[in-house]
Design a protein around this ligand. Sequence first.
Ligand code: KIV
Length: 279
Amino acid sequence: MHKSVQDIINMKKKEEKISVITSYDYTLASLCDQAGVDILLVGDSAGMVMLGYENTIPVTMDQMCIFTEAVSRARQNSLLVSDLPFMSYQTSIDEAIRNSGRLIKSGADAIKLEGGAVMTETISAITDIGIPVMGHIGLQPQTTMLYQGYKVQGKTKESALKLIEDAKELEESGVFSIVLELVSHEVAEIISETVSVPTIGIGSGSGCNGQVLVIQDLLGMYEKIKPKFVKKYMNLSEDVVKAVKNYKNEVELGIFPAQENWFSMDEIELKKLRDEIGR
Ligand code: KIV
């Protein structure tokens, strides 16, 4: 049986840290699930790391459903949360419910959406019909590019108070956890102590109840943006380039494939064939 939303809520009560990793495809999701990560997040960051967009704005519901289906086929143990992409929930509550339902039908256990106090009515409507929601405040990539670009949030008293208020309102509206993206360490810690639901930090320091990283960042595979908060646990891009160069070289030199990589005909059948074609 995989982890449930309640298991994640209980982890905060038991003071256990929550590990979250983004996942978009079957193969890597299987490995992350095997590694025992608590939550697989099908983030709309898929638009950047899987589809090569400049930001998450172009991501569609159809794309999120395909990624969610792939990850759900791999998942055995982790909770599966999927992002509602830009403009799939902002236009109306009906639209938000319909699209949350599509992600659940694609295999998600819960959905995530960006926004603070302005989203509480939408969040309540989604949770009222029984779909668990993860909130997301601080830097909100879907709209941040339209205003100011990537900037740390909660560095002044005013913005800190707004973030704390947003977190409280999200909790009241029924979210089961809140992502805090690029929030100053101090404010993230205060929010984590203020709300009863777990906080999941990205670039928000160690005071959060859990952490999330994009899998390509953790593996050292995505070189386009290198934020300070990312920790590379390996340098896979170097290893991949080295391996593919090696393969190309062996193909050119006739080293690959070798006998152990091919399949042979039955000798009697081969003789019959040779007799027939005269070779
Ligand atoms: O889309 C995403 O990957 C996210 C996480 C980074 C929190 O929203």
